[in-house]
Write a protein that binds this ligand. Structure first.
Ligand SMILES: [Fe+2]
Length: 241
């Protein structure tokens, strides 16, 4: 009589196949969930682009610069995904800033500046209602906190400020300094690096500033005029006009 040891019984075979099916269904659901999440990101960013295309381009560049810093700092792929999401969304609250303030081609007065300062909290308000964006809401809310505790909205200091918020602040300020606006020309990278170093320890996390400069010097050496992101499709220009 043949040995039965190597024979898989029918019930085992059926339950094995059912498990395989279930695993595939879970994977499919995960991928559908990711697709829906990314469609929501694109829809919200489209709304931002309709409001102000400069802020849309700025958000793409801030995501790119944040990722350069995150990679240099050694973040994992999963962490980089969360960082990209938070950086793309950091200024989404500008949708709620009046056009007369957001699009003013000159210096803001005190009252206008107070309205502009609301945008990190507005970003968090917009994002926090959708569970997958809850973490991004927190990082966006704190992207104007300063390392010395003199930022806003909560006056957090040092490493109490979430890491991704500290990263986004450096990327955000670097883009604000280097992009050309109708009323002023962007600074060369080297001058912007010096500015970041000058405010390392007061405005910025000094450790992260050095990682950022190292990453951006490497990026500069590659001399690529455009960049691509993971969540948002397309090629974007590094040079803001
Ligand atoms: Fe901002």
């Amino acid at each position: 009589m043949a040995k039965k040891d190597n024979v898989i019984s029918l019930p085992h075979l059926v339950s094995g196949l059912a498990m395989l099916n279930l695993t595939k269904e879970v994977e499919d659901l995960k991928s559908v969930r990711k697709d829906i999440l990314e469609m929501s990101v694109r829809a919200l960013l489209k709304a931002l682009e309709c409001k102000d295309d400069y802020t849309f381009g700025h958000s793409m560049r801030v995501a790119f610069y944040s990722l350069q810093l995150g990679k240099e700092y050694g973040l994992s792929d999963e962490q980089l995904y969360d960082l990209e999401l938070a950086a793309l969304f950091h200024d989404i609250g500008k949708i709620g800033v009046p056009d007369s303030v957001l699009l003013k081609p000159a210096r803001l007065d005190e009252d206008e500046f107070l309205k502009m300062k609301k945008h990190p909290e507005l970003s968090a308000e917009i994002l926090k209602g959708f569970a997958p964006f809850e973490e991004a809401a927190k990082f966006a809310k704190h992207h104007h906190e300063r390392y010395d505790g003199r930022g806003y909205p909560d006056g957090m200091a040092g490493e109490d400020i979430p890491l991704y918020s500290r990263i986004i602040l450096i990327a955000d300020t670097f883009d604000a300094m280097t992009s050309t606006r109708p009323y002023r020309k962007g600074l060369p990278y080297e001058v912007a690096f010096e500015e970041l170093r000058e405010f390392a320890g007061s405005q910025f996390d000094p450790n992260l500033v050095e990682f950022f400069i190292k990453a951006m010097e490497r990026d500069q050496a590659q001399n690529q005029p455009t960049f691509a992101l993971g969540i948002i499709e397309g090629e974007f220009k590094k040079d803001a006009a």
